[in-house]
Design a protein around this ligand. Structure first.
Ligand code: NAP
Length: 272
């Protein structure tokens, strides 16, 4: 039996990079996606190929902004795997058009808040309830299960992918910045609430990462990076973020919760 991870938005970009690194650690995976089924199937196949042992990787369509879809995603995970060790809240969207703060629409604001904040917030709430049940079940079965049949130790974790936009003002996508600032409160809240149950909660704050999301502004960021925007002068990759999630998944920080891990080439450093 393998530990099980659910990665939202794992069909492409950063989520795909995270799924691949977790596959390398031997996790079974739920590959969530919104609409791009063929990309999700490809990620699942690539995870199986990357894993050093037999794992399962199952795509599951669900729009995380919709309550019924979140329920469907968790019901699928329960049915397919019967346990969940790691939730990675990765799925998120940028505004359809980058509009100046003085022109941006309420419609875009509502869309971003629904997908980037409400979705992960209530998915985390539902997962937390299930993880608490599993913590109790694992404690009860620890005394009765023979070591030969033992499941992997149950050390549940929740990781949320926010952004440097949580604290950086970009006046042409204020809705995105507001959504990521709000999302950043999720980790301290759930870390404080879930510590007594042995569930640890972390935030990863990526910088400028090469994915479809940043494709339209590639030239602008090429120039900024070359000009010294980040101390480490290169684009980040989905693999960079995947490796950070893998570090947390390996349980090497057992006395830490609520931490923020910057995966941004040093963007967050104040320099003089
Ligand atoms: P991306 O390449 O655009 O991929 C987005 C992923 O999210 C896709 O798998 C997409 O599924 C899924 N998705 C979108 N809306 C969804 C919904 N309502 N329900 C479920 N899944 C949904 O984006 P990315 O660059 O990898 O970004 C991933 C996360 O990292 C986002 O939260 C983003 O804000 C954050 N981030 C990105 C950067 C960056 O520079 N790229 C920097 C900091 C933070 P489909 O394939 O089905 O559309």
């Amino acid at each position: 039996m393998n530990p099980v991870a659910l990665v939202t938005g794992a069909s492409r970009g950063i989520g795909r990079g995270i799924a691949l690194q977790l596959a390398k650690l031997g996790h079974d995976l739920v590959i969530n996606y919104a609409s791009n089924e063929s990309a999700a199937r490809q990620t699942a196949a690539d995870c199986l190929a990357a894993a050093p042992k037999t794992i399962r990787a199952e795509p599951c369509q669900a729009d995380i902004s919709q309550s019924a879809d979140r329920e469907k995603l968790l019901a699928f995970t329960r049915r397919a795997f019967g346990r969940l060790d790691l939730l990675v809240n990765n799925a998120g969207v940028a505004p359809a058009t980058r509009a100046d703060l003085l022109d941006a629409t309420e419609e875009s604001f509502d869309r971003l808040l629904a997908i980037n904040v409400k979705g992960p917030y209530f998915l985390t709430q539902a997962v937390a309830r299930w993880m608490i049940e599993q913590v109790s079940a694992a404690a009860n079965s620890a005394t009765t299960t023979s070591p030969l049949e033992a499941a992997p130790p149950y050390r549940p974790k929740i990781v949320t992918i926010s952004s440097i936009s949580a604290y950086t003002a970009s006046t042409h996508r204020g809705d995105y910045c507001v959504s990521k600032a709000a999302l950043s409160m999720l980790t301290p809240l759930f870390a404080a609430r879930l510590a007594e149950h042995g569930i640890r909660v972390y935030e990863i704050r990526p910088g400028i990462i090469a994915t479809d999301m940043t494709g339209p502004v590639k030239a602008k960021y090429d120039e900024l990076i070359a000009g010294g925007l980040t101390p480490i002068k290169r684009w980040g990759t989905p693999e960079d973020v995947g490796l950070a999630v893998a570090a947390l998944a390996q349980d090497l920080l057992p006395f830490s919760t609520g931490e923020v891990l910057n995966v941004d080439g040093g963007f967050h450093l104040r320099r003089l």
